[in-house]
Design a protein around this ligand. Structure first.
Ligand code: ASC
Length: 154
């Protein structure tokens, strides 16, 4: 059956690109909105990553389907927080260090590294091999920690 609605490549690109293509400042009315948004995104990401990590560490039983669902969600969430590190959001209810803005290229590289490692974990989780998942959880966790050490206040 033919669908009445057909997504053109341009429409798909527009939909997929929305979160990153908009000027960051246009997405948040106030600095505290950006801070709340990025913290929420990190919290949801860490929740889903944490469920996969708990299986990798043997703290909860391994269930391949649940691991794959959680890795997929964590990968999606990993795309979201970084657009919210807008100028002027170094003050307020945040542990963000000033270096995020003074070393913006390094911070961006750290974010990209985490997204890359999370993407590899997503592939591993879809494959369902626990040893591959364990290795990818380890690398992803290291990429989280690297930015916490450099860019998050205690
Ligand atoms: C997690 C989580 C983090 C990272 C970090 C890795 O599960 O919530 O922030 O791993 O602890 O060192």
């Amino acid at each position: 059956m033919k669908s009445l609605f057909r997504a053109t490549p341009l429409m798909l690109a527009a939909t997929l690109g929305l979160a990153t293509a908009l000027p960051a400042a246009a997405q948040f009315a106030k600095p505290e909105d950006a801070i709340k948004y990025r913290k929420a995104a990190f919290t949801v990401m860490a929740t889903h990553f944490g469920r996969v990590a708990a299986m990798a560490n043997g703290r909860i039983p391994f269930d391949a389907k649940v691991a794959a669902e959680n890795a997929e969600l964590a990968t999606t969430m990993a795309r979201l927080p970084f657009v919210a590190f807008t100028e002027g959001t170094d003050k307020g209810d945040t542990k963000a260090k000033a270096e995020i803005w003074s070393e913006a290229d390094k911070f961006k590289a750290g974010a990209a590294k985490m997204q890359e490692e999370m993407g590899k974990l997503n592939v591993a989780a879809k494959g369902g091999n626990l040893d591959a998942i364990k290795a990818a959880v380890g690398e992803t966790g290291k990429s989280c920690k690297a930015c916490h050490d450099a860019y998050r206040k205690e």
